[in-house]
Design a binder for this molecule. Structure first.
Ligand code: ATP
Ligand code: MN
Ligand code: MN
Length: 307
């Protein structure tokens, strides 16, 4: 029998026609992944990633010479000329060129054709740019931390948030760590959310100092995990679910169910090669997300946190 083609053909997306230049160019020398693999990934996940990009300012990581070359992190319109990209109201980020939004599959693919590999989003939407609608704990393992300790740390964060009455959702970063996301009603300002997330991390580092550290910087976290609360500041971004990483192996940031945590072999468990079986699972591990949006008031009270 003829073996099945491993990479499925590019599915039709909308009506736009995308002209792909240099589809055969290898962008990840370690795996041999090509520019076409990248674009096909985004074509396949377009319906799954678009809800995560919707109405959110996005930052782009461009890698014109592949993952081994120089990378460019772009937040504003300046040098960007991606067909169809939405320029947001300049009032959202005064004193800068407009922020960007990707609102369609056509624009998503046009961006990847222009060598955008990663998509990072804000914690607030354009409906209420001053009021974050999520709080993120970006679990960053220091040198010498075993994967099982990262898994355990995620569980500890989940357990503590639960004690505070806060729901949370899990995704891999596609790199080294895990992201724990608390869905919020957009009620509190940036400083409150960031300050409270810092208080939570300081508490964790106080009660489990052998595992957690509340200070950023690689030297502080040797053998420990820094739950990076700095992702919660105004204008800070975190890699979007379903985004590829411009790192060796091209991991993918994957929304997971908490029950799946134990089975993960690392944060780049899912990558552009094995993601196929996840396409039908889609965003279902996060299906309760919208209904569980929380307010922080009683959690802040429980921790005696004054905004
Ligand atoms: P890992 O699991 O390996 O930590 P990560 O995506 O969580 O992967 P971090 O280094 O923890 O990576 O986070 C970096 C964050 O900084 C990203 O969320 C990104 O949105 C943000 N960021 C801000 N400026 C830049 C920049 N110039 N280049 C890359 N990332 C940037
Ligand atoms: Mn991280
Ligand atoms: Mn980090």
């Amino acid at each position: 029998a003829v073996p099945k083609k491993v990479v499925p053909a590019l599915p039709p997306v909308g009506t736009g026609k995308l002209r792909i230049t240099h589809p055969e160019r290898v962008i990840d020398p370690g795996t041999g992944f090509t520019k076409l693999d990248l674009i096909e990934h985004y074509a396949r996940v377009a319906p799954l990633i678009l809800p995560h990009l919707k109405a959110r300012p996005v930052s782009l990581v461009r890698a014109p010479d592949g993952i081994a070359g120089e990378q460019f992190f772009q937040k504003h319109a300046e040098a960007t000329s991606i067909p169809g990209i939405k320029l947001l109201d300049p009032k959202f980020d005064p004193g800068h060129d407009p922020l960007l939004e990707i609102a369609s599959a056509e624009t998503l693919l046009a961006a990847t054709q222009l060598n955008v590999m990663e998509f990072h989003t804000w914690n607030a939407t354009t409906k209420a740019i001053d009021k974050p609608d999520r709080m993120i704990f970006d679990l960053d393992p220091g040198e010498g931390v075993a994967w099982c300790q990262v898994q355990e740390a995620a569980q500890l964060v989940q357990a503590f948030l639960k004690e505070l009455g806060l729901p949370c959702f899990l995704k891999t970063s596609g790199g080294k760590g895990l992201h724990v996301v608390v869905p919020l009603k957009p009620l509190h300002g940036w400083d409150t959310v960031k300050g409270f997330s810092q208080a939570i991390v300081q508490h964790l580092a106080r009660v489990i100092p052998e595992r957690f550290v509340a200070k950023s910087g690689p030297r502080n976290r040797v053998g420990k995990i820094f739950p990076d609360y700095l992702r919660n500041g105004f204008g800070a971004t975190t890699v979007c679910a379903w985004s590829v990483r411009a790192r060796p192996g091209m991991g993918v940031s994957m929304p997971m169910a908490w029950e799946e945590l134990g089975k993960l072999k690392n944060a780049a468990h899912w990558d552009v090669r094995n993601i196929g079986e996840r396409l039908s699972t889609g965003n279902s591990p996060w299906s309760a997300y919208e209904n569980l949006r929380a307010t922080l008031s009683s959690a802040m009270q429980a921790m005696d946190f004054k905004p």
